[in-house]
Design a binder for this molecule. Structure first.
Ligand SMILES: [Zn+2]
Length: 599
């Protein structure tokens, strides 16, 4: 109504002006254009508002009361992006590095070999207990050791072009153990917890149920196919993960004859150490007319399971007064030497260093009475022992003397043990050492003919928590963004970034580099005031919520990282048993072994 009145008034004024030209200046019509901002109510993409009206009060401006017409013209949506509009993105380092990564990934996919059997060599790395949180924390630790903030760092295997997830549960267990998980990876069949190289029809601990349920492993197939074969671990070489590559056992704990129930021995079941030394003969006995040459490389710990329980057999590296455990009097190291007179048995760093990999056809290294040392604790070994990366280098140098290629399994066995002891320092240090070992393998082989897979058997209840600021020491207390003082919990005490859901909990052992010393103390219940504790020392054990004698595995998926022929099949979330099938596709293990047996 008001607007209509104004219009009629303006018309009246204009008419009056026309009829009286000697009068003072006539009333002018004014037009004003206002720019509308992007995102405005009238125009989401911006535009122009045009206001018109007569300057009835003659002040030279179009007052709001004088507006008689208003039109809005909106901008059309953009049909292209200009460089200046994109500048905040394209000049940004995060944006630029991701663009490079996309281009690299396209190249990797274009280079995929869509044909089986192109991998002459296969190397399977297993970080025992190396869950996703362990990889993340180890990446930060490795970066911080190099003087970076840490979070942006990448471990060697995180740079591999293909990756996926493995579901780790055992057939009978939601949260798995290493025996069932490594059997799945080594044989392509998921099975029960606690059993080695046998399927789910086994009854754990019952020797009689082994026969007929034995699985065939990738190591055995490679051996039959004529490839060189090797097993390296920082754990006892009879421990679950390495054992699943060569042994069949109703119980992972049957590492030597003294660990077995008498009934199982009487029923003819063979202990795991004995199966390692008899690998060649046992494999030949299973296939008529088969002639293989046995494992070329075996390196790890666990000497006690190979020696008689008699101090006379102690090595210079012995820790216990009687090093050997075997109650059947057998010295399996002597048996191995008798079987392989051209091979080299070594038990310390000097013996290891003396191996000429170009001329040595076979190596049996037992560097510790039990597990090898944690990497951070390696200098404390009695007679000295090699690192995981040194063993990996030597193993490849010995194995690659075969024109038919090789199959090598490398386990970083002690990541798991440090977590069980509730000591993140050693778990992360051993993960960083695994990263070095993978880099050694990448440097010594070609992605043209070698499939390398890096994964874990299972995770641990290890978390990275709170809101620490960027670059905060990964083993430190949580210091929030914008502060130099630790965050305080509801109990007014600081807390660490990394911790455990369960386990032995807090220990402040300072410079102690052996995580297992933590077992000398009872589990700690409840919170501890860490105000005056240096949580970044090797001997600090993180707090745990649920007190247990030993921290436990966790059930979430683990990462699988791959490069080389067949690596593109490592994608998505899959049963852990898929890993065997990727290795088989890459190297035609079953096909080649079958062809050999048909000869
Ligand atoms: Zn474990």
């Amino acid at each position: 109504m008001k607007k209509l009145n104004l219009i009629s008034l303006a018309v009246v004024v204009a008419l009056a002006g026309c009829s009286d030209d000697d009068d003072k200046s006539s009333t002018k019509t004014l037009t004003v254009e206002n720019t509308l901002a992007v995102g405005s109510e009238q125009c989401v993409n911006g535009g122009t508002e045009t206001l018109t009206g007569a300057d009835s009060n003659d002040n030279g401006e179009l007052d709001s009361a004088e507006v008689t017409d208003s039109t809005v013209s909106c901008n059309a949506p953009a049909t292209s992006l200009t460089a200046s509009q994109l500048a905040p993105l394209t000049d940004n380092d995060w944006f630029k590095s991701a663009q490079v990564k996309v281009a690299t990934s396209e190249e990797n996919i274009a280079a995929v070999v869509k044909e089986s059997g192109k991998a002459k060599n296969v190397i399977l790395f297993v970080g025992d207990g190396m869950g996703i949180s362990t990889v993340t924390a180890a990446r930060i630790m490795a970066g911080q050791l190099e003087g970076k903030l840490g979070e942006e760092h990448q471990l060697s295997f995180e740079k591999l072009p293909f990756s996926g997830f493995a579901k780790t549960y055992n057939v009978d267990a939601q949260t798995p153990d290493s025996a069932g998980t490594m059997t799945a990876m080594a044989s392509g069949v998921k099975t029960d917890a606690g059993v080695i190289g046998v399927d789910e029809n086994i009854e754990r601990g019952n020797c009689a149920t082994v026969a007929g349920n034995e699985l065939v492993t990738a190591t055995e197939l490679a051996e039959i196919a004529g490839k060189s074969t090797g097993i390296v671990s920082t754990a006892r070489i009879t421990h679950a993960t390495p054992a699943a590559t060569y042994a069949k056992s109703a119980d992972r704990n049957w590492e030597d004859v003294s660990d077995m129930p008498e009934a199982a021995v009487a029923a003819g079941c063979e202990d795991i150490a004995s199966q390692l030394v008899n690998f060649e003969a046992n494999l030949e006995a299973r296939y008529e007319g088969l002639d293989v040459d046995g494992l070329e490389v075996v390196m790890g710990g666990g000497r006690r399971h190979f020696l008689p329980k008699d101090a006379a057999y102690n090595s210079a590296d012995a820790v216990s007064s009687v090093e050997g455990d075997r109650t059947d009097g057998r010295d399996l190291t002597a048996e191995w030497k008798a079987k392989y007179p051209a091979g080299q048995y070594v038990m310390d760093q000097a013996g290891f260093d003396a191996i000429n990999a170009d001329t040595t056809e076979r190596v049996f290294g037992l560097f510790n009475e039990t597990h090898m040392q944690y990497e951070a604790d390696r200098a404390n070994d009695v007679a000295g022992e090699p690192s995981l990366s040194e063993m990996t280098a030597k193993a490849i140098d010995v194995l690659d003397n075969n024109d038919k290629g090789f199959f090598l399994t490398v386990e970083a066995g002690r990541i798991d043990h440090a977590h069980h002891a509730g000591n993140a320092y050693n778990a992360l240090s051993d993960t960083v050492e695994l990263s070095k070992a993978v880099q050694v393998a990448l440097d010594k082989t070609s992605i043209e003919d070698t499939l390398i897979i890096v994964t874990a058997d299972h995770s641990h209840v290890f978390t990275i928590a709170g809101y620490p600021k960027r670059g905060n020491p990964i083993l430190g207390k949580v210091v929030p963004v914008g502060s130099d003082e630790p965050s305080l919990a509801a109990d007014n005490m600081p807390y660490t970034t990394v911790g455990y859901t369960n386990g032995g909990g807090f220990r402040d052992l300072g410079d102690e580099t052996d995580a297992d010393v933590g077992y000398d103390f009872a589990p700690v219940t409840g919170r501890v005031d860490l105000t005056d504790v240096d949580t970044t020392t090797p001997g600090f054990h993180q707090e745990a919520v649920v007190p247990l004698g030993s921290e436990t595995h966790a059930a979430e998926d683990v990462g699988v990282y791959a490069v080389g022929p067949g690596a593109h099949l490592v994608t998505g979330t899959n049963e852990q048993s898929l890993i065997f099938h990727v290795m088989d596709y890459a190297a035609d293990l079953v096909k080649q072994a079958d062809a050999k047996l048909a000869q």
